[in-house]
Structures are given as structure tokens and as C-alpha cells.
Ligand binder design. Structure first.
Ligand code: AMP
Length: 462
């Protein structure tokens, strides 16, 4: 199936060709035709699957077609906003009346969605998207809203501020998208979302995207959609099969730092993203890497929005090779040239591991995700493996071997997987590299990942 066969507007097809998109991704193949029919959608898909185009292309198609037919609900551009000369400065601010609203959990994702919209809508000069974000100067936001954009991309908190002060009127809203809905719930936006949705017309089309549709997010999705088509994207992309995973055991902080320095010098790295648990660590690690002669920058929530944007732009332009970031700051980062993701610290939640490693292997490329794990954190690795249903092979770099690491699991007579309590919790150092001792698990054999690069050995044991 091609984008042309799906029946998208010629102006959008041209923009897609210019962007080098030859065929729709799995989620796009399923979501776009249904969305073009006006159906509500509940989609479970990972970032990196092409989900932005899955909701934005049908919406742009709708607006492009309405433009040709002249939308009676909306006066044409010149009257929509009277020219605001100096004499009009005191004129009452007319609320923006967007036709589409995309809610995202973070500023970075909002900016990325806005940039993607500009790209897909390049041939549609009358369709504009603006991002409304916390951290952006208020006058700038007023100016953007004053342009009465068709598409608003917003984080919930700042949007509520503008709604409360009467700057936005949702009476003309046709399309509502909740992007990374699970994440918005994790971040405590549920009440804001409920309030925003209640302010939109019941006739709207609603598309909800989330890593999972289980539990609370599934319930919310059902409340906010009507007869929604449920789409679950093919297993291969949600399992990140194009991303090789490895873990290295480390003895202590100094061992971890030495190993990270060593691994980052690998010439196969185009660009790398290093995750730390805290903002302070992001700064410290980035400073240390720069002192060691590696080109690094930090990205975290304590930085001003301007500095965050500049850092991301430098990363996208290839001026920064290593970005050291916290989870929230890195959420939504889409830099296709990131070849490696490092977990300097393991994430607290297994879901975050999946989001983190999904920062590499974008747009059909391959990627490598490497976790540096203290032996005492082995339990967290088990949680991640249980969540992803994949084993993370252990790798060792010659000259940087750990002195301690959990001993290999002994297969129990029941064949009970290690993560169900079958592992041997003794932390005795194991001597020679071995491949035996892999627990019998219902999922993929760690050996299937193959051996690591020259100079490294991959062990299947724990
Ligand atoms: P997303 O999941 O929306 O964050 O998209 C992930 C990456 O895939 C982005 O870099 C997009 O530009 C890219 N992408 C989306 N759809 C396609 C497509 N059909 N062909 C090639 N690249 C795509």
C-alpha cells in the first residue's frame, strides 16, 4: 500500500516525497485510512513507529480538502484576524479557534510534532501549527495565538492557563489527539486532560496514542472516544527488534565512568544518548566527558527552554556527539542519527527502558542500547526483562572486567524462568566466559543477539 493509494491530498503526497517517505509504516497503514473516514482511534504504538504522521496526515488531508471547499464555519484568513496595526493594539484579544489540538506530555515532543506538521504541511500554505508550551515567554505565546493557527500542539498545563484566561475557544475544534497518553497520566495530567477534553465539542474526532492501552489509560481512552478502532502495532516494532541490547556489570562509580569513557570512544558511534537518573548527574557526566575530550552536552528540566532548544538543535546538526539527559528531557527526542543509547543509570520503571532505547534505531535504522549495571541492581534488570520479554545479554570489555557480578542462573527442574525466581542470587564472581547456564525462558535466547564487537565478549549467563 502506498500513500497515494491511501488517497491523501496531492499537496501532502508531494511533501512526503520531499521528506523521502516511500511507503507508510505499519501504524500509518492501519491508522490513516480509518482516520480519513473520520473514525476515532485508540492506538498502542511506540515512539519511532511513525505515529506522528499517522494522526497528522489525515488531519492535514481534512483541512486541505476543507480549504478547497471553503469552510463555512470559518471565515477566510483576512477577516479572521483583522490586521493589528498600532491603532488596534487596545482592541480586545480575539480567542484563537483551532481546528485541531494535539496534547503531548513534554515540550520536546510538542516541538517535534510541530516541526513534523510543518514538514508534512509544507505545501499547504494556509494550514499553520504552533506549539503552546510552559517555559515559553507569555508575549510570544500571545503573538502565536493571535495568528489564529489551525493546529495547536500543547502541553496540558500551559494550555489550561490560556483557556482560563479566555485566549482559546475550542468551539471550532474538529480533531483532538492525545499523544503518549500513558506518559501524560504518569506525569499527573489527568485532571488537566479531563478539563481540556470537556471544553471541546462532542462532534470532534479523537485519536489517542499510547505505549499501552491497558489499565487507567485504556479506561480514559474509552471515555474520551466513540466507537474507536483499536490498533496495536506489530510486535516487531514494539519489541524494538532492530535495537541490539547489552549490559555490562560494573563494580562501582569509578569503574562505571571508566567503562563509559571507553565505550563512547567506539568509532561506530555517530551520536549517543546517555541517560542519567538525576539532573545533577546529567551535568556532572557531561562535564566529565568534555574534560575527557569527548564532545558532550547535558539536557535536563532545570535548563531554560532556550538552552534546551539550542542543545537539541546542536545535536540534530551533528555539532554535539553525546547528549547526557534525564528521562523527561529526553522524551520525544527524535534524532535519527543517534546510533547508541547508554543507560548510565537504569530507569526506575521498565516502561522507561523501552522509551529510552527507542531513541535509537529510528526510522528503520539499527541501534545499540547498552546498560551499565551494578550487581546490586540485577533485580531491576530482571524487571526490565520481564516487561520486554527479552533477555539482555551480558557483555564484557577486556581490560574493564567487573570483579563481581551475579553468578549464572541454575536452571530449575521446573524450567521456571529466572525472572520468576529461578535465578541463583549468589553474587560470587564467575571465572571464565561461558555461554551455558541460560535459564529456559519462554522468550528469545540471549545467544541470538550474536557476539559483541571485536574486543568484547558476550556471555549468555548471569
Ligand atoms: P515518530 O514515531 O512519529 O516519532 O516517527 C519516527 C521517525 O520516523 C521520524 O524521524 C519520522 O520522520 C520517520 N518516519 C515517519 N513515517 C515515515 C515513513 N513512512 N517513512 C520513513 N520515515 C518515516
Amino acid at each position: 500500500m502506498t500513500f497515494a493509494e491511501i488517497g491523501l491530498h496531492p499537496a501532502i503526497l508531494k511533501a512526503l516525497t520531499d521528506s523521502g517517505y516511500s511507503a507508510p509504516t505499519s501504524v500509518q497503514k492501519e491508522a490513516i485510512p480509518a482516520a480519513l473516514e473520520g473514525r476515532d482511534l485508540m492506538v498502542s504504538s511506540q515512539t519511532g513507529s511513525g505515529k506522528t504522521a499517522a494522526f497528522m496526515l489525515p488531519a492535514l488531508h481534512r483541512f486541505a480538502s476543507q480549504e478547497r471547499a471553503a469552510d463555512p464555519a470559518r471565515p477566510a484568513s483576512p477577516e479572521r484576524r483583522p490586521a493589528r496595526g498600532r491603532s488596534n493594539d487596545r482592541q480586545r484579544f480575539q480567542p484563537a479557534q483551532p481546528r485541531m489540538l494535539v496534547l503531548t506530555p513534554t515540550r520536546e515532543l510538542a516541538l517535534q510534532v510541530t516541526a513534523a506538521t510543518d514538514k508534512y504541511g509544507r505545501q499547504l500554505p494556509n494550514v499553520h501549527a504552533v506549539a503552546i508550551l510552559g517555559g515559553m515567554p507569555y508575549p510570544k505565546q500571545m503573538e502565536l495565538l493571535g495568528r489564529n493557527p489551525e493546529i495547536l500542539v500543547a502541553t496540558p498545563g500551559r494550555l489550561i492557563d490560556h483557556m482560563s484566561s479566555g485566549k482559546i475557544d475550542f468551539s471550532q475544534l474538529q480533531v483532538l489527539v492525545l499523544d503518549e497518553a500513558d506518559r501524560m497520566l504518569d506525569m499527573g495530567f489527568i485532571e488537566d486532560i479531563e478539563r481540556i477534553v470537556a471544553a471541546t465539542p462532542g462532534s470532534r474526532q479523537t485519536m489517542l496514542f499510547s505505549a499501552t492501552l491497558d489499565g487507567t489509560v485504556g479506561e480514559m481512552a474509552k471515555r474520551m472516544t466513540r466507537n474507536a478502532l483499536q490498533i496495536r502495532v506489530d510486535e516487531a516494532s514494539t519489541r524494538h527488534d532492530n535495537i541490539e541490547q547489552r549490559m555490562h556489570f560494573v563494580d562501582d562509580l569509578s569503574h562505571k565512568n571508566r567503562l563509559l569513557d571507553h565505550l563512547l570512544r567506539d568509532s561506530s558511534i555517530d551520536q549517543a544518548l546517555v541517560f542519567t537518573a538525576t539532573k545533577r548527574d546529567a551535568d556532572t557526566v557531561s562535564d566529565r566527558l568534555n574534560l575527557a575530550g569527548l564532545n558532550a552536552a547535558a539536557l535536563h528540566g532545570d535548563m531554560h527552554q532556550g538552552a534546551r532548544n539550542r542543545t537539541l538543535t546542536a545535536m540534530r546538526r551533528g555539532q554535539v556527539r553525546i547528549l547526557v539527559a534525564t528521562d523527561v528531557a529526553a522524551r520525544g527526542i527524535d534524532v535519527p542519527t543517534i546510533t547508541h543509547v547508554f543507560n548510565y543509570d537504569l530507569p526506575k520503571f521498565a516502561e522507561d527502558y523501552v522509551h529510552r532505547i527507542g531513541r535509537t534505531g529510528r526510522a528503520g535504522r539499527n541501534g545499540l542500547a547498552i546498560s551499565l549495571v551494578h550487581h546490586a541492581e540485577h533485580f531491576n534488570v530482571k524487571k526490565i526483562e520481564r516487561f520486554t520479554k527479552q533477555l539482555i545479554p551480558v557483555a564484557v570489555v577486556v581490560g574493564h572486567e567487573p570483579t563481581r557480578r551475579p553468578a549464572p542462573a541454575k536452571p530449575r527442574p521446573t524450567g521456571k524462568p529466572a525472572w520468576k525466581g529461578g535465578e541463583n542470587r549468589s553474587h560470587k564472581p564467575s571465572s571464565a566466559p561461558r555461554r551455558e547456564g541460560l535459564p529456559r525462558t519462554p522468550y528469545r535466547d540471549a545467544g541470538a543477539h550474536g557476539a559483541a564487537n571485536t574486543g568484547r565478549r558476550t556471555y549468555g549467563d548471569r
